[in-house]
Design a binder for this molecule. Structure first.
Ligand code: MV4
Length: 507
């Protein structure tokens, strides 16, 4: 057992705040880190202490392992939670954390490394009896080596980077004549993106769904699967909407996917939270795609339908405690949908945008969860990802969850930056989405229909909000009206008392 009293949260924005909240519920203190441009974000204030990392560029802040380790040491932390992105899937960082005598809230460096090499991951999965997409399990030396393999698989095939993942360095090859140039392109892209040019081949699957299984492992060798998430609504390998459960997954298929995911995680001695990605073919066959060895953005939809706090479980297993969830009793309840509210202009090809959140009205009420990294007054820059917040709706049925999401999206007001909000409203209104008729081509097919120039965002509410803000400012500038029964001086006395309370002194 490792005692963890204080955790360094090596991330920013919504996920840093999410982790800080879990620490507090586990009775742990949380130390935030922040770059110069992030000093006013809510995660910095929510933490028990905060350490400045330096300039905005990630290489000099959230990706600087030495600064993070120094921050953990200087503030007396016993553990480091990496969140997602940044250093979360860098095996050398996980190693450095443990070598510094701290607990890494995540899997072992060995598991991260094994899953980071996509051909090694495929070999391990094959050995564990997990179905993999037909293809090679070793890197290919050159296009002449690829030629007979591609012929054996049958075109179309996909060239993928061994160090890849997330779609980078991927190349679709339709015919044999395309193979040589595609091979060179894939290699140089991979070399550029990952500093490792190795590529391998997979049979190209047409119109699959992207289904992923959440797993949790503890130090007693127990691995549990927390059902699936439907993640087919993506754009340029960026997920925009996720839900749990998937309409395409029957209880029998869920059991088979769960067994495969458990075997996959077991094969690398998996500890903490992880996700096994599968492609589900229209035939009903499923294939291992890759494993994400981290907490994922979309974990809340699983939390809501399984009643499990995934981040608290991560913190518990990091201290050496057993998982509190038991495979036999896990049943999804109801349905959850997540919309990623991003600082991107859906009417301009989802171009990332910057600006200040001048006004924010947060949705709430029954079945609505708002996980945000920004508040009114915060600035969105281009230094990091464009995620402002995650809006998650839960309901007893998919229909209720969908209605709640629609209602919450209407409540949400963000003034100052274009966001993905109007896009999400249109998806919720789309008949194809409502039928659950999804695969990875949904957005390519529905995108134009949903975002055609006609019916650009209704500006009535933003204008109303700005008018209200201006009225507020005018009111603030004028002396407060003092009704006869409640003189202004009394309000000041209350304020002074409150301030005395806040500073904890005698005034
Ligand atoms: C595939 C595929 C079809 N066949 N592999 C994209 C990102 C990376 N994680 C793997 N990806 C794909 N691999 C085979 N053999 C289609 C994709 C793919 C995709 C997968 C999941 C979600 C969205 C996607 C969008 C385009 C392509």
């Amino acid at each position: 057992m490792t005692t963890i009293k204080r955790v360094l949260v090596a991330n920013r924005g919504e996920i840093a705040l999410r982790i800080i909240r879990a620490c507090h519920e586990e009775g742990m203190e949380a130390v935030a880190v922040y770059s110069e441009v992030d000093r006013l974000l809510p995660h910095v204030r929510a933490a028990d202490a905060a350490v400045a990392l330096g300039p905005a560029p990630a290489a000099q802040s959230y990706l600087d392992a030495a600064k993070l380790l120094a921050a953990a040491r200087d503030t007396g932390c016993q553990a480091v939670h990496p969140g997602y992105g940044f250093l979360s899937e860098r095996a050398p960082f996980a190693e450095a954390v443990t070598e510094a005598g701290l607990a890494f809230v995540g899997p072992s460096a060995a598991a991260i490394r094994a899953m980071g090499d996509k051909t090694e991951a495929r070999r391990r999965m094959q050995q564990a009896g997990v179905p993999i997409v037909p293809g090679t399990t070793r890197p290919l030396a050159d296009h002449t080596q690829a030629r007979p393999e591609a012929a054996r698989l049958g075109y179309p095939v996909l060239l993928k980077a061994v160090a890849g993942g997330g779609g980078k360095g991927m190349r679709l090859v339709q015919t044999e004549t395309e193979l040589e140039p595609a091979f060179e392109m894939a290699q140089s892209e991979a070399q550029h993106a990952f500093g490792a040019g190795e590529v391998y081949l997979e049979k190209y699957l047409e119109r699959p769904r992207h289904i992923e299984i959440q797993v949790l492992g503890d130090s007693f060798g127990r691995v549990v699967a927390l059902g699936e998430r439907e993640c087919s609504i993506q754009r340029r390998h960026q997920k925009l909407i996720e839900e749990a459960p998937s309409l395409a997954v029957t209880p029998a298929l869920r059991r088979r996917l769960g067994d495969a995911a458990t075997a996959a995680a077991g094969a690398v001695g998996y500890l903490s939270a992880g996700t096994i990605e599968f492609l589900l073919a229209p035939t009903g066959e499923f294939f291992f795609l890759e494993m994400n060895t981290r907490l994922q953005v979309e974990h809340p939809v699983t939390e809501l339908v399984y009643g499990v706090d995934i981040v608290r479980e991560q913190l518990r297993v990091a201290t050496g405690q057993p998982l509190r969830v038991h495979a036999g009793t896990l049943q999804p309840r109801g349905h959850a949908i997540e919309c990623r509210i991003t600082a991107e202009d859906p009417f301009n090809d989802f171009l990332p945008v910057t600006g200040v959140v001048q006004h924010l009205r947060v949705p709430g009420g029954p079945g609505v969860r708002w996980d945000a990294g920004f508040e009114t007054g915060n600035e969105v820059t281009l230094h990091y990802d464009s995620l402002i917040a995650k809006l998650i709706a839960w309901g007893e049925t998919r229909g209720v969850a969908l209605e709640r999401m629609r209602r919450a999206l209407r409540e949400l007001v963000i003034v100052g930056i274009p966001t993905s909000q109007p896009f999400h409203l249109r998806v919720m209104d789309d008949a194809e989405f409502q039928r659950g008729d999804l695969d990875i081509t949904y957005l390519d097919r529905a995108g134009t229909r949903l975002l055609s120039g006609e019916g650009r965002p209704d500006l009535t509410r933003p204008i109303a909000v700005v008018a209200a803000l201006l009225a507020d400012e005018r009111r603030a500038a004028a002396p407060p009206p003092a009704p006869p029964d409640r003189p202004a001086v009394l309000a000041s006395a209350w304020l002074l008392a409150a301030r005395r309370e806040a500073v904890g002194g005698n005034g």
